[in-house]
Design a protein around this ligand. Sequence first.
Ligand SMILES: [Zn+2]
Ligand SMILES: [Zn+2]
Length: 394
Amino acid sequence: MSATIHAPSQAPPARAQVGPAAAAGASPAPRPARLRDHAVMLVGAGGNIGSHLVPHLARMGLGRIVLCDPDTYGAENLTTQAIGPPAIGQPKAQVQREVVTQLDPEADAVAIGRLVQDVPRGQLRVGVLLACVDNRATRLYLNQTAFRLGVPWVDAAVEPDGLLVRVSVVKPGPSAGCLECAWSDRDYALLEQQHPCQHGSPHAARTNAPAPLGALAAALQAIECRKLLEAQAGEPAQSRQILLAASTHKLYVSHLLRRPECRFDHETWSLERLPAHQLSVAALLDRAARQTGSNSDISLRVEGRPFVRRLVCPACSHHERTLRLAAHVPGGWGPCGKCGTPLTAPGFDMSDRLAASELPPSLLAATVQQLGLHEGDVVSLSGPRGQVHYQIEA
Ligand SMILES: [Zn+2]
Ligand SMILES: [Zn+2]
């Protein structure tokens, strides 16, 4: 990494007055103190960094704060996270929603107690995405999502042994660097070994970072978030990475440049909102065909979420053919027709993409909701003349 230590070497220049206010001799407009027309989403809202970040966000006067965390507080969290004993046993997202509500009753605070991968992607279309997660798989998903949606994102991480804080500010764009641009083969190897931080998973990485280190990361992250929302003058256009070594009091700032060998395609999508109430699968394909070419060659996918071809009952082994998008909620397949046990979807009978030519007439006549698409899902259709992306609306 090319590292430079940035320190102010001279007094900041006097603020210049520009625009009509300056021309009229009026004093410059005050900086907006409130950010009511902005929304942010915090992924990993209840953890070592996230629980310290929530109060900062709540004090910004934001319009909407979405808090995503699938986990529940345990007694071990008392020493590393910004919580008190009443939080133990409570869902993290709910506890942090309460923090926002107490500090800013006007903000629309939303708690989502699920993995972010299970949230319809369109719900992540906010002003700034903030990540305080403890695993690479979720970072990878958020990096991809931020580019697809064209949303800036700020990722924070800590390394307790070296007292290191890293905050990456990633601004999607064709020449912008992404988080993966900074990844080495070792990061990808670790991705293979680590499981996503599933609720209750024994594989979830626990950093046990000291509370002040999480708080330091959170403070930096909040400052970067505010800069993005206010689009401050002098805010660099490039993606960048800030590394603070609390052990040696050194600050390193490097630009995240796009590396040609990066494994990610860096594509940002132009999303069309599609009112889909009672819309049939055939009508969806017809609509896309007008933009992408003949509809027999069209294929359909929801990135990051497969289509399930078979459901199995874990109790009686009864199985049913199906063709549906993987459910948002685990266990959302309904009961077994024979014994009533909740059905499961075996991983080997799934596909990332459906070809229009393989869809039976019954499915073409079904609604997009019956295919498993719900409000907020982003569906991509590819044909001979290119791709189109729809965000499903009610
Ligand atoms: Zn990249
Ligand atoms: Zn059964």
